[in-house]
Design a protein around this ligand. Structure first.
Ligand code: AMP
Length: 189
């Protein structure tokens, strides 16, 4: 099984590249942000719980997020592997994911971290707001909050996988194809 943690700050290109990696490797794409948004749209209890955090650019609590992610993985018992996009975002989530996947004997294969500097992230998110319809992309204060939360709570997750020698940094600037080639080279090396 190929289990990829696609990592990086908001606006780094995780969603865009996930689409191409799914096509290339036949993996199941699990984006916790997408799952929360579809629950908000469907007005489910989970969506109602997540919305206030997302609107403010804060993380949804770990217990809610971990439970949801595990139940999504369990829906795909025949998967060739997964792309985890936007998860894990805290060290507690990373530890839970490791325990969960180890118990299934399908551990994380690698973490690929898209690296993009902060001004470029802000530029991309504001541009994306024009078409994404995402309230959290349209408000510069919420964008700043998301970047600050990334630095404080999410960036340490890279260290978690570096300790396991699973971390690779990927230059996230360039065309979609150039970045995809870098990701594939890291996966296949
Ligand atoms: P994203 O689509 O990955 O940019 O995520 C959008 C928002 O969903 C984030 O700002 C968080 O509020 C929430 N979210 C997504 N994934 C997670 C996660 N792994 N842990 C906590 N909150 C999350």
């Amino acid at each position: 099984m190929l289990n990829i943690v696609l990592f990086g700050p908001p606006g780094a290109g995780k969603g865009t590249q996930s689409v191409h990696l799914v096509e290339a490797y036949g993996l199941v794409h699990l984006s916790t942000g997408d799952i929360f948004r579809s629950n908000i749209k469907g007005n489910t209890a989970l969506g109602q719980k997540a919305q206030s955090f997302m609107d403010k650019g804060q993380l949804v609590p770990d217990d809610v997020t971990i439970r949801m992610l595990e139940s999504e993985v369990n829906k795909h018992s025949d998967a060739k592997g997964f792309i985890f996009d936007g998860f894990p975002r805290t060290t507690a989530q990373a530890e839970s994911l490791d325990a969960f996947l180890d118990a299934r004997k399908t551990p994380v294969t690698c973490m690929l971290a898209l690296e993009v500097e902060e001004n470029e992230l802000k530029r991309r998110l504001l541009a994306r707001a024009e078409t994404s319809g995402r309230p959290d992309d349209a408000d510069p204060q919420v964008i700043q909050k998301r970047i600050d939360v990334y630095k404080a709570e999410t960036a340490p997750v890279a260290g978690h996988y570096a300790l396991q020698e699973k971390f690779t940094g990927i230059d996230g600037l360039g065309t979609i194809d150039e970045i995809l080639d870098r990701l594939k080279a890291a996966i296949e090396h």
